[in-house]
Design a protein around this ligand. Sequence first.
Ligand code: CP
Ligand code: NVA
Length: 307
Amino acid sequence: MLKPNKLANNNFLSSLDLSTDEVLHILEVANNFKNKKINIDLNNKVLGLIFDKSSTRTRVSFQVAMTRLGGTTIDLNPTTSQIGRGEPIKDTARVLSRYCDVIAIRTFDHSDLEEYAKWSTKPVINALTDLEHPCQALADYLTIHEEFIDFKDVILTFVGDGNNVANSLILCGALLGVEVRIACPKGYEPNSMVIKKAYEIYKNKDLLKITNDPITAVQGANVLYTDVWSSMGEENKKEKKDKDFFGFTIDHNLVRKAEKDAIILHCLPAYRAKEITDEVIESKRSRIFEQAENRLHAQQALLACML
Ligand code: CP
Ligand code: NVA
C-alpha cells in the first residue's frame, strides 16, 4: 500500500510550495484514494475552514476529505466569528493554532493569507485568493493525467481572464513541464510575477505563451480550459468585462479548432453563454464534472501528505 510522504513545506499557499516530485506524488496518492487502494486515519485531526468568499466545491470537498480521513472540520464563518469584526489576523492565527491542526483559508488579498501563515503554528492551505487557487490546479492536473499519461505531451490552452485559476495552472504546469497557453483580452494577462517565476522553472521557454488570440492558441491543444470572466470581488466590473471578453467564449467553433481528442475543463461555477456555451459543457469532450470530483481526491491526498 502506498504511504503518503510528508511534504517539505509546512504550508500550501502557492503551487510553488511544492516541488515537481511532490506534485506527482500527490497525484499518485489522489489516484490511490480515488481507487480505494489506501486508507489513512488522521485520528480526529481538525481542519478549520475560514471562508471570506462563497464556495461549494472547495468547502464541501475539504469537509468530505477530512471525514473520510477520520478527521473533522470546523466551519469558521467570518460573519459569526470575531474575524468579521476585525480581530487582527495575527491574534486569530495564534488562537486557532491552539485548537485546530490545519487551516484552509479563502480570502481576497494573498498577503492576508501570508500574514496568517506567518503567525500560525499549524499548516495553512490556500483555498483560493485573488492571486492563486492551487488546490484547484492539483485537481485539474489529476484530471488531465487521467486522459493523457505523459504531461510532456500535453498542450493546455486557457481562454479567458488571467486570474487566480490561470495563475495556478501556469505555476503547476511549469512544475510538470506542460505547455500552457493563455489567451486573454489585452489588459487581462496573468500576474506578471507569476509569469516571471514560471519562466524561471520552464527549461524550454517556448512552453508558456500569453496571447490575445484565442483561435491560434487552441490550435493543437489537448485541453481547453476556462473560468468566469469576473471573479468573486469583481462584481462591479462585470459589465465592462462582459464587453472586453467578447470573442473569448469556448463554443463549438473554437473546440473544433483544437485537437480531436481535446478535453474541456472549467473549475466551476460557470456562466453559460458567457465564458462557455451550454453545448460545450454538456458535450462528450467535457470532463468538467470529473474535474469537480477530483477536488475531493486531490485534497484528501494533500491533507494526507501535510498532516
Ligand atoms: N472551483 C471552486 O473552487 O469552486 P467553489 O468556489 O464552489 O469552491
Ligand atoms: N476565478 C474564480 C474562481 C472561482 C472558483 C473566482 O475567484 O471567483
